[in-house]
Design a protein around this ligand. Structure first.
Ligand code: MIG
Length: 716
């Protein structure tokens, strides 16, 4: 074991000779340190770490995973998986996010930088022990210090580089559905948004737009004159976001296939022939994204679509998902033939059935192909968790080369720590289940802790049929997630905002309008989180020290000023709420109508009608909001409203920038610093409009402890 000090808060423990994942962007200085702290270590062919948890310890982190925010009681396996049934017993979803924190007697973070399989047994096998089992003897382990949870997260995020920033329009509402079959249908959807006066910024193109599911092609038949169609839709105010899949169709004369074979850009089998698997188009090859030349080649392919006016993409099936391989299929068919005329009993029948069920995403297939890493063949199984990450890196680096100072929308299904530098993620194929709203709520802060700020779930659920109430309640939560996209699977019930009755449509419309009105706040908080290596969604325990705040998992802090208490149960007309301090409640039905209520610290039952969205403004904090519009670019925010709950003094820094370039990195952004102080029953407002050219007026509503509202307008 070699020990490196990265900085005063982070020590790296290196075992053997690990494969470089590029998750961490910082080197350290070699050090004579003591042994790995906190953990009992077992080292051999594999490495195991064991930590005895105290009764009240909580364990946070692990990003995209099942179960609670507190991961105790569960067992999780880092092995990126295409599994469309997210039940609570599932150990792996699409991402591998090997960072966790202990908060209790001891406070620390640990990041296991390893691209293969890892088990996190958080008190599952033995309730008191956290055990981390790494399927290898080459690994980097980072131990991260910090006085509190937020500080530990910041120290961790400080290692992994600057976070991804999408264009501002990507904070608008977005509509997707797998099965918008052609240009006419896409346009019809856009027109329905317009006709119903529902704001929307983007409509997605799922695999249906491609020709025979070939990446970077466009079906001439279903999307004739694609470039002018993209232009026409942009005129109407909608951007189109095509999907890109990981597998490249094997087809003679298809340029991506031909070039990939010629240049040896594909992963290979044991005979060093391009590895064959089957996904959407039937047989495909997988680009070897671990190789920088391949990344550059694939990344520049996005240009075909960018040249047509496309400004955003989603990368799918990049775990990589495998439907079957020829070897697997052959075995299964043989098994089936041998079973013909047999008297199949419980064992032999299920064994036959399982051979077919296990055709997809089979571990034997992942073990049967290879990457070329610095000239050497490395088994895919060993580096499995790097695949989607590097596909997405390829895309992001391609965009930077194609149009260097332009931000593109990009998110991926599979991911690894460090991929947040290149894109966001969405949480894959969930269901139209109420449980999945709650899972979504609990997962968002965990994803943030691992760096993934631009994220969100398929609002309304991907698989299964949604009813109007589910879409309403889910949208009322998703309106706070940076990625706010409604998506559903082919064959399920339509779930666009106008797919239900008139009343439900209007409620969803008001919800989406509230989102647009909140974009000044959401964008400001998002950008500050990126710049300060902070998170956007926090558990209450990040801000409040009391014991109860550690236990609450169904309420979140959004940015610095507000707390939300979403409804995630069918037919619920309210819920229990815990206030760690006095707060100001604004129950929003229509964002132009204000109503305020000061609520006392403690527990309460809150009535929440279908039409209502409760927003809690924290004590001595401010919420900034503007106006809604058809889409983000047409929002006029020359006048902003500030709702402040002030008992002593409050300060808010409102961030904004051009929303489309990387100039913010050179300090080209504006910040309006607002300070309100209450002295002798008078409010003193101080405004420092640093670099601001857009906002001309601020309308204040300042609410005091008694609920008295003081209005003030200030010209900048
Ligand atoms: O196996 O492209 O998660 O969002 O609609 C399904 C079709 C493949 C999975 C993605 C989903 C997308 C779907 N894809």
């Amino acid at each position: 074991m070699t020990i490196y000090e990265i900085n005063k808060d982070v020590i790296k423990y290196r075992f053997g000779n690990p494969i470089c994942t590029h998750a961490v962007m910082k080197d350290g200085i070699e050090k004579k340190e003591k042994d790995l702290p906190f953990f009992q270590l077992e080292q051999g062919e594999t490495i195991q770490l064991r930590y005895k948890m105290k009764v009240d310890d909580i364990v946070l982190g692990l990003g995209e995973n099942q179960r609670g925010m507190n991961k105790r009681g569960g067992i999780y396996e880092s092995f990126c998986s295409d599994d469309p049934l997210h039940t609570s017993d599932k150990k792996s979803l699409y991402g591998a996010h090997n960072f966790l924190m202990i908060e209790g007697t001891e406070k620390f973070g640990v990041f296991i930088d390893h691209p293969g399989k890892i088990i996190f047994d958080v008190g599952f096998t033995h309730k008191d022990y956290l055990e981390i089992r790494i399927d290898d003897h080459d690994v980097d382990i980072y131990m991260i210090k910090g006085n509190n949870l937020r500080k530990i997260v910041k120290n961790f995020l400080n290692l992994t580089g600057d976070g991804y920033v999408p264009p501002k329009w990507a904070f608008g509402y977005q509509q997707c559905r797998w099965s918008y079959k052609d240009a006419n249908e896409v346009e019809k959807i856009a027109d329905l948004f317009f006709k119903n006066d529902i704001p929307c910024d983007a409509i997605y193109l799922d695999i249906d737009y491609m020709e025979d599911f070939k990446d970077f092609t466009i079906s001439e038949e279903r999307f004739p004159n694609f470039k002018s169609f993209v232009e026409k839709m942009k005129q109407k105010g909608f951007r189109l976001i095509p999907i890109i899949d990981a597998g490249v169709k094997i087809e003679k004369d298809y340029d991506v296939y031909e070039e990939g074979v010629k240049n040896k850009y594909f992963c290979v089998d044991e005979n060093e022939k391009p590895f064959v698997a089957a996904v959407w188009p039937g047989r495909v090859h997988f680009p070897d994204f671990l190789n920088p030349d391949v990344r550059r080649w694939f990344g520049l392919k996005y240009k075909n679509l960018i040249d047509c006016g496309i400004e955003g993409f989603w990368n799918d099936m990049n775990e990589p998902a495998i439907f079957y391989t020829d070897q697997g299929l052959k075995k299964a068919i043989k098994h089936a033939k041998e079973s013909e005329n047999e008297n199949l009993d419980i064992y032999t029948f299920f064994s036959l059935k399982d051979t077919f069920v296990n055709l997809s995403n089979n571990i034997e297939d992942y073990k049967s192909f290879y990457h070329r890493l610095d000239g050497e063949l490395v088994s895919h199984h060993k580096v499995h968790n790097l695949y989607g990450y590097n596909m997405t890196r390829a895309a992001a680096e391609g965009f930077r080369e194609i149009d260097p100072n332009k931000r593109f929308l990009l998110f991926s299904r599979s991911s690894y720590i460090g991929m947040h530098r290149y894109s966001g993620i969405w949480t894959g194929d969930n269901h139209s289940w109420w449980e999945h709203i709650l899972l979504n709520i609990k997962m968002m802060p965990s994803l943030n802790m691992c760096g993934f700020l631009y994220s969100g779930a398929d609002t309304g659920g991907f698989n299964g049929d949604a009813n109007a109430e589910l879409i309403i309640r889910w949208s009322q939560f998703s309106l706070f997630t940076p990625l706010f996209r409604n998506h559903s699977a082919m064959g399920t019930r339509s779930q666009e905002p106008f797919a239900f009755d008139e009343e439900s449509k209007n409620i969803i419309k008001n919800t989406i309008k509230l989102r647009y009105a909140l974009i000044p706040y959401i964008y400001s908080e998002y950008m500050k989180a990126v710049i300060n290596k902070d998170i956007y969604f926090s558990p209450l325990s990040f801000e409040y020290d009391d014991e109860m705040s550690k236990r609450v998992e169904n309420q979140l802090l959004v940015g610095d000023s507000i707390m939300i208490t979403p409804i995630y149960e069918e037919n619920a007309k309210g819920r229990n709420v815990y206030l760690p301090e006095d707060m100001l409640l604004w129950k929003v039905e229509n964002y132009n109508d204000r109503n305020y209520q000061v609520l006392k610290k403690g527990h309460m039952y809150l009535d929440v009608d279908f039409r209502e969205i409760p927003i809690f403004i924290r004590k001595n904090k401010m919420l900034v909001l503007g106006k809604s519009a058809n889409n983000v670019e047409s929002i006029e925010n020359d006048e902003l409203h500030v709702i402040a709950f002030v008992t002593d003094q409050a300060k808010y820094s409102y961030y904004d920038d051009d929303g489309k370039s990387y100039d913010y990195k050179e300090g080209k952004y504006s910040e309006i610093v607002i300070e309100i102080e209450k002295k002798n029953e008078e409010y003193h407002i101080k405004i420092d409009p640093r670099g601001n050219k857009k906002v001309e007026k601020l309308h204040f509503e300042i609410i005091d402890r008694e609920g008295k509202v003081t209005k003030r307008t200030i010209n900048l």
